[in-house]
Write a protein that binds this ligand. Structure first.
Ligand SMILES: CC(C)(COP(=O)(O)OP(=O)(O)OC[C@H]1O[C@@H](n2cnc3c(N)ncnc32)[C@H](O)[C@@H]1OP(=O)(O)O)[C@@H](O)C(=O)NCCC(=O)NCCS
Length: 197
């Protein structure tokens, strides 16, 4: 089943993101090689425990690639932080790639893709984080595609992000989707930007 992103009902992209979080009910099925079907869906407040388990499975390298620092597990799974990031709002909207629980296998979250508002009302920042064991199976690209669609639907003009110069996988994904890449300084970061209009 394809995720139907409802048309924007508000001229403010950030309000649209928050409203979309409430309206977006359908799950987008994704076949993952060697695993089976998982679903892309908006994050929910009830995902807090699954997010703890998701973070427990991430390597130091993956954490550094996402946050550009070695954020401890304790910090990442603090209740106040998780409560905030499991709630879609005008400031940020996240999709998770998750499996449904079965009698043989409990539900799990394998990846999170997030859009966050920036100082520029027409630009949204993206961030992706995929469980190490599930990287390279198309989940990050699928999340990126959905985030692009959502940002475009909500009327954002640009999707922006920062990626470590050494993060070849993420830079590859950005190039695949047509982002322009700029290395501004020697801080080891590449600024990536995609025109959505
Ligand atoms: C970067 C990341 C989001 C990509 O997600 P993913 O699910 O692993 O990526 P996908 O499987 O969708 O696609 C990866 C693509 O990169 C390619 N790739 C893999 N390793 C690569 C490498 N070292 N160099 C170049 N390309 C590479 C794959 O072949 C694939 O291309 P294809 O679709 O043509 O086969 C994920 O690896 C991740 O979470 N990394 C750690 C956190 C991070 O870096 N976040 C980004 C900061 S915003």
């Amino acid at each position: 089943m394809k995720a139907q992103i409802p048309p924007a009902s508000d001229s403010n992209p950030a309000s649209c993101l928050a409203a979309t979080g409430k309206r977006l009910r359908l799950k987008q099925a994704l076949r993952v090689k060697g695993f089976g079907t998982i679903y892309l869906r908006p994050i929910a407040p009830t995902d807090e425990l699954l997010m703890v388990q998701f973070h427990q499975a991430l390597s130091e390298e993956t954490i550094y690639s996402r946050y550009f620092e070695h954020m401890t597990l304790e910090t990442r799974v603090r209740h106040d932080r998780l409560a905030r990031i499991c709630l879609n709002s005008e400031d940020s909207f996240a999709l998770v790639a998750a499996s449904l629980g079965t009698s043989r296998r409990p539900a799990a979250i394998f990846a999170v893709g997030r859009l966050s508002r920036t100082d520029d009302p027409l630009a949204a920042d993206f961030a992706l984080l995929v469980n190490d064991k599930f990287q390279g199976r198309g989940i990050g690209s699928a999340l990126m595609k959905s985030l692009m669609k959502l940002a475009r639907t909500c009327g954002f003009a640009r999707l922006t992000g920062e990626v470590l110069v050494a993060n070849h996988e993420m830079l590859y994904v950005c190039r695949q989707f047509g982002f322009s890449l700029h290395t501004l300084s020697d801080d080891g970061l590449v600024q990536v930007s995609l025109d959505l209009k």
